[in-house]
Design a protein around this ligand. Structure first.
Ligand SMILES: Nc1ncnc2c1ncn2[C@@H]1O[C@H](COP(=O)(O)OP(=O)(O)O)[C@@H](O)[C@H]1O
Ligand SMILES: [Mg+2]
Length: 308
């Protein structure tokens, strides 16, 4: 449904996204996860046909975003970072306007608007002025305008940012409910957001994809344990140095008598070697275990280049 290949964007001399390639299949809900400034909004603006790329290719619903931006817009619903809502309009009038902007045919206007209002639970506030609604409801209006032409693809840029916890849960539920009928990409700079709604995540940092995995695979990676904890009697620099030089070990950080040993991603089985080395170097092994790593930590590992 979405194909991106070697997509790059320069703002002047600044490379905001750097040769991104990924695909999203029909019906998938994919999370675009990365810290602020990673390039999420830039990618989304390109995919929705709102901004040209500097290089590379992208197609949405079978249409090239550069050659057929109008066809792309017909098939995409877009919730930008700042929802394009007019605060002085009523919800109903605004939806009328949104339907016209999205070129919904006249005879289908009413049913299209009703569909969007119903899916986003806006029925009870249809005649209210948008400016008087809570932030959560305003965000629903933003979602409703993205849905009004019943697009194949929904692109939602940080859909829950700035909402309170209750509103966040409501919007997440709403997005989950849309999943079956639409292909969804949503962006977030916080992990719980994507774990709550997405089947797959694409982690992006400084304009580059640093990981892409299904939630299940990520969890499996967690269970496998990429970090071990070695409790010893006598930690000493020479022994620690020997451990950190083992193939497959990426770092050893001493914390008192506990050594936190990080394994290279995809590294081979090194547990025997670690224990053997610890014994040989006379550190005296007290305990060896797999350190539980939270998704947050993995995310940090994926998006932090230097250890601090
Ligand atoms: N219009 C712009 N002009 C110049 N630089 C921009 C512009 N928009 C974004 N950038 C820069 O591009 C990078 C990616 O930004 P953005 O796509 O907004 O990231 P994200 O949405 O992940 O926070 C950032 O370094 C940002 O400062
Ligand atoms: Mg952004």
């Amino acid at each position: 449904m979405i194909q991106v290949s070697n997509l790059s964007k320069l703002y002047g001399p600044r490379l905001a996204i750097d040769h991104l390639s990924f695909e999203v299949s029909k019906g998938e809900v994919v999370g675009f996860l990365g810290p602020n400034g990673a390039g999420k909004s830039t990618t989304m603006k390109i995919l929705t046909g709102f901004m040209p790329a500097s290089d590379g290719k992208a197609s949405v619903a079978g249409f090239d975003v550069f050659e057929n931006p109008l066809e792309v817009k017909k098939n995409v619903g877009y919730l930008p970072e700042t929802p394009p809502v007019y605060l002085e309009m009523t919800v109903g009038d605004y939806m009328d306007f949104a339907a016209r902007i999205h070129q919904v045919p006249k005879d289908k206007m009413n049913s299209a608007i009703n569909y969007a209002i119903e899916r986003t639970g806006l029925g009870s506030v249809r005649n209210r002025i948008i400016g008087n609604l809570s932030k959560g409801y305003r965000q629903r209006v933003g979602l409703a305008q993205a849905l009004v032409h019943n697009p194949l693809v929904l692109i939602l840029d940080e859909p829950t940012v700035g909402l309170d916890p209750k509103q966040i849960i409501e919007i997440r539920e709403l997005i989950k409910g849309l999943a079956g009928d639409h292909t969804v990409i949503l962006s977030s700079h916080i992990l719980p957001e994507v774990t709550a709604t997405c089947q797959r995540i694409i982690v992006i940092n400084r304009g580059k994809i640093v990981a892409t995995d299904t939630m299940d695979q990520l969890q499996a990676r967690l269970r496998k344990g990429l970090i071990y904890a070695l409790q010893v009697k006598n930690p000493n620099p020479a022994a620690i140095d020997a451990l950190s030089k083992l193939p497959g070990v990426s770092s050893v950080s001493p914390a008192g008598t506990k050594l936190v040993i990080e394994i290279k991603p995809g590294g081979s089985e090194v547990r025997d070697l670690i224990v053997e080395t610890a014994v040989k170097t006379g550190m005296g092994v007290l305990e060896f275990s797999s350190e539980k790593v939270s998704l947050e930590e993995i995310f940090l590992q994926l998006t932090t280049e230097e250890k601090v």
